[in-house]
Design a protein around this ligand. Structure first.
Ligand SMILES: [Zn+2]
Length: 175
């Protein structure tokens, strides 16, 4: 069990430099009510911050789960449990932000077409192909499951542009 009905409401988005964001997340093997409750809570938190994706480590849980709601009218939230990339193709640069890194924007090169396999909330395996923005969101969220952040391997100009925001987060974390 990952969460209980009592503690799920307490989950909040964690910010850099919380160490949970640097950890490689553990696979999920229990497909029970607590997993659905976790996804519901993550959806609320993602929507409150107008995000398009959120990974479990971003709410302090080092588990291999992320949710995505593409920025299109009427798009549904999809939960990806224990996701893996089967194929990646192409490359494109675009600016990304992150709910755990408020005020930070980083240009990232990502594959433009990805085939992904994951499990749903019942444990059933599914396979999807994503292109462009969807493929980008998947790669961003997968990075969270592997303890990687936008701040890793920034270009010199991104380091300079984000220096202030990074410093502010570090100060806030130290309290
Ligand atoms: Zn992120």
């Amino acid at each position: 069990m990952i969460v209980t009905p009592l503690n799920v409401k307490k989950l909040a988005i964690v910010h850099y430099p919380d160490p949970v964001l640097k950890r490689v997340a553990e696979p999920i093997d229990a497909f029970d009510e607590s997993l659905s409750a976790l996804v519901e809570r993550m959806t609320v938190l993602m929507d409150e911050d107008d995000g398009v994706g959120l990974a479990a480590p971003q709410v302090g849980l080092s588990r291999r789960l992320f949710i995505v709601r593409p920025p299109e009218d009427g798009a549904q939230v999809t939960a990806y449990v224990n996701p893996q990339f089967l194929e990646m193709e192409g490359a494109a640069d675009a600016v990304e932000g992150c709910l755990s890194l408020p005020g930070v924007n980083v240009t990232k090169r990502r594959a433009t077409k990805v085939v992904l396999e994951a499990q749903d909330l019942t444990g059933k395996t599914f396979r999807l192909e994503g292109k462009d923005l969807l493929a980008r969101i998947w790669q961003h969220e997968m990075d969270h499951l592997d303890g990687r952040l936008l701040l890793d391997n920034m270009s010199d100009s991104d380091q300079i542009a984000n220096r202030r925001a990074v410093k502010q987060m570090e100060e806030r974390y130290r309290g």
